[in-house]
Design a protein around this ligand. Structure first.
Ligand code: AMP
Ligand code: ZN
Length: 113
């Protein structure tokens, strides 16, 4: 996946402010933050979008959600935060490597745009 922006960030070929990494997940700051805290949590393995993981990825997805919980604690988001994954064109997905946005430290409205 040489052309994938997020695979290149994982490989260290493109700089990013990485705040956490383990064998399954990498977390870095969004380059265009939409909230005072805006992190992207991504699987190390290239998966294009939310509809692509299969049953074998169950552990990996579960570990990613554990990382999301840990990030919320580390960032002091006890007052609340939002987790978003844009899946496909209509949702506005612009990078085709599965990622979960963590947005926090401001109040948010609903529904999203
Ligand atoms: P989405 O539109 O849901 O696919 O989200 C892609 C996100 O990646 C956007 O919020 C972008 O600001 C973010 N992004 C794009 N390029 C970079 C980069 N080089 N480093 C960090 N975040 C990025
Ligand atoms: Zn990728």
């Amino acid at each position: 996946m040489e052309q994938c922006l997020f695979c290149r960030i994982i490989a260290g070929e493109i700089p990013a402010e990485i705040v956490y990494r383990d064998e399954n997940a990498v977390v870095f700051k969004d380059i265009n933050p939409q909230a005072p805290v805006h992190l992207l949590v991504i699987p190390v393995r290239h998966i294009a979008r939310l509809t692509d993981p299969d049953a074998a990825d169950g552990n990996m997805l579960s570990q990613i959600f554990t990382v999301i919980q840990r990030m919320a604690t580390d960032q002091g988001l006890e007052a609340g935060f939002r987790v978003v994954t844009n899946c496909g064109e209509n949702a506005g997905q612009t990078v085709n490597h599965l990622h979960f946005h963590i947005l926090g430290r401001r109040c948010m409205s609903w529904p999203p745009g």
